[in-house]
Design a protein. Structure first.
Length: 395
């Protein structure tokens, strides 16, 4: 005999109730109707109060401000200001908020295609907006803007204290339209006028600087950077070595930097981090047969983030000699959280560690050999020649 599941069988209480149900009189029906209406009104009133009371003080304040009617500011603008204020109060210089109106900026940052003047901005630990990178053959490069220039105003609007997405949005606009930038360099204010252009950033370039030696310049880590590196190296003879130039590279997509590291490292850890929850993520090279050409990596004080991860991995794994000056020291992990309206939060969740366990944040990567810019080209060739002599057996 098949037993009916308990949740489909009427309970003893239900069956006993069924036995005492009697037809209701007209007066009883009228009374029941009145009771039902009263109960509905009480429930609706209680739900309304509960919903209103469920709002936090921020939501309540925004409602009161917009209801007052004196200011024409919209609810959406107030919500954005509240979120950006919360990020600022958190003390995390690397976190950002991308409202739905700024999601194109978020996508452009990954694809390296945008309309603007050809600069990548970053917010320093002190909160100052500064130029992290300048795209070659761009309006900014032609106007003489250089890395570490601090941005004060855009078209007369003070941007100090503004969020990074808001500032970047102000740099965007129609091709050919003029934009005025007030920057400061070495304590001197400089007003620069330039016209916006369609920028297609080239993140990877390669050239042969002597027989069997390739110069691989990586200006940022965007979508497909690792595959571009692999393709270009396969077409360029480099048996005597590769010089990887990461100077003025502001970083980008960490997975792309890891993808480049895997091309030169056989097995083992490349970078790792642990979240506050205890979850630990480890990026490794699990393949064999990596490129074993001698490596020299060039860094400077504007080498940051994903570029520092690549340099640190190659250094810790004794895979390259690092030349130049101490890097920027941006080693925080950001993750994106999508809010219910489609906007995104970019939040710091952990700190990166090199294969040996060293932190990058606030410390940077120290070069194996400190070399000034004036002689770094000749010095890199000299070091690379020494590495090649060590690796190549005498015939």
């Amino acid at each position: 005999m098949v037993r009916e599941p308990d949740f489909l069988r009427p309970s003893l209480f239900a069956r006993s109730k069924a036995r005492i149900i009697k037809p209701l009189s007209e007066n009883s029906l009228r009374a029941s109707g009145i009771i039902f209406i009263v109960m509905t009104l009480v429930f609706s009133f209680g739900y309304s109060i509960g919903t209103r009371n469920s709002d936090g003080p921020v939501d309540e304040a925004i409602k009161e401000i917009t209801a007052a009617g004196h200011s024409k500011v919209t609810k959406q603008l107030l919500q954005r200001a509240a979120i950006e204020g919360a990020i600022k109060a958190s003390g995390d210089a690397w976190s950002n908020y991308f409202p739905t109106s700024a999601l194109d900026i978020f996508k452009d940052r990954l694809n390296n295609q945008y309309t603007g003047v050809g600069i990548i901005l970053r917010k320093s630990v002190s909160g100052v907006l500064e130029v992290a990178s300048v795209e070659g053959n761009s309006p900014a490069a032609d106007a003489g803007i250089v890395v570490s220039d601090q941005l004060l105003e855009i078209n007369g609007t003070d941007v100090q204290g503004a969020s990074l997405p808001s500032t970047i949005a102000m740099l965007r606009g129609n091709v050919g339209k003029k934009v005025d930038l007030l920057i400061t360099r070495s304590g001197k204010n400089i007003l620069i006028s330039l016209k916006r252009a369609k920028i297609t950033a080239q993140s990877v370039e390669i050239s042969t600087i002597s027989k069997g030696v390739a110069l691989l310049s990586i200006s940022s880590f965007s979508i497909s950077t690792a595959s571009q590196v692999e393709e270009l190296l396969s077409k360029t003879p480099h048996s005597k070595g590769v010089i990887i130039d990461l100077r003025n590279n502001p970083g980008g997509i960490v997975e792309e930097a890891v993808g480049v590291a895997r091309q030169f490292i056989n097995g083992g850890i490349i970078v790792s981090y642990q979240k506050a929850s205890g979850e630990k993520l480890i990026f490794e090279s699990t393949e064999s047969g990596a490129d074993q050409a001698p490596l020299v990596v060039l860094i400077n004080r504007s080498t940051a983030s994903a570029a520092e991860i690549l340099a640190a991995a190659l250094q810790d794994r004794n895979r390259a000699v690092i030349l130049g000056e101490k890097s920027y020291g941006k080693g925080t992990v950001q993750e994106f959280k999508t809010l219910n309206d489609g906007s995104k939060l970019e939040l710091t969740v952990a700190l990166y560690r090199s294969p040996s366990g060293k932190l990058i944040e606030g410390k940077g990567v120290s070069p194996d050999l400190a070399v000034p810019e004036s002689v770094i080209a000749s010095k890199s060739l000299q070091v690379l020649g020494g590495l090649a002599a060590l690796i190549t057996p005498n015939n």
